[in-house]
Design a protein around this ligand. Sequence first.
Ligand code: GLU
Length: 386
Amino acid sequence: MGNEKVAKQTIVVKLGTSVLTAGQASLNTAQMVELVRQCAQLKQAGHQVVVVTSGAVAAGRAALGKPCGHSLVEKQMLAAIGQGQLIHLWQNLFALYGITVAQMLLTRADVEDRSRYLTARDTLTQLLAFDVVPIINENDAVATAEIKVGDNDNLSAMVAILANADKLLLLTDQAGLFTADPRSNPDAALINEVHCITDELKSLAGGSGTALGTGGMATKLQAADIATRAGVEVLIARGSTPNIIAEALSGKAPSTTFVCFKAPVDGRKRWLLAGPKSSGRITCDEGAVTALCDKGASLLAKGIVALSGEFAVGDLVSLCDVNGREFAKGLCRFNHQELEQLKGVHSREFAALLGYIPSNVVLHRDDMVLLGNEAADKPYKTQKIS
Ligand code: GLU
């Protein structure tokens, strides 16, 4: 970070398996030492660092020394073998710089449930207050399909929200997101700044037939989408580039930066972004979309044109316009059976239809977060790199 005066920040550094193994079958200690040195440098400059680490399965596979890891349960076994080794290694490497680390293993269930989310947040905050580096991974050994985040990109976005981070740095085996596969297309340009995650970008990152999908760019875009809405700037950069953490954060190394939303998002709404999965979808008419997006209103049954999915009272649902664009999400005050009867109806008719009035509004403003990023004529900028 040189001699520049940089405000103290909380930075989440996400290290993918490809970075930790340097593309080989087992953890590459030399590479990890180098990354620890860079994290220590960040801390020396006064920043707080949180590490989201992959590599448990890779470490477990190397330790077991037998071919295995195809089924989910085998991968869970490998993670159970490898996680201990992984944290032990991190512990020893950070100790070289006199830094204490802590292990936190999370699953989706820990961020979905509001009280568990708050507990995880408080633990994380406390660790940072005591100058400890939290080392976080998914609790693979116990995570069933329903409660699994599934990839550490999305996990790192949740962690960035939990930690109230300023920046999330996703280190991978590519310099960022490209307009085409740089290995086969000489015209490929690095997308160095993203203002709005459009369908075009999503197809560049994950559409089948684009080699970019192999770098796990689709999940990185999902992570960027979640984190930027909560006010976290997200960067993708190549983990093996010398001094990459400082160089990417200061804008000197090639990288893709996702500019964060400026609107402050309060604690509860941050949880809505990080935590629960959506159980249903409510399509709203144009009047309702305008009232919600521009006038600070709550959602009334009258503005609902259709719904799908099965949800209970208090579940998270997505709100979409008639073109299917998701513009908000929030906690619904009705279950889907009730709402099926009430869609398009004025609240004064609720009692006659249901026999009771649980609430006059379907989704209250306070329980809702707007997602709208209809940004920019220019959703992203590119840069030619040699
Ligand atoms: N949690 C997995 C592991 O530690 C990695 C998942 C991922 O890299 O997305 O091996």
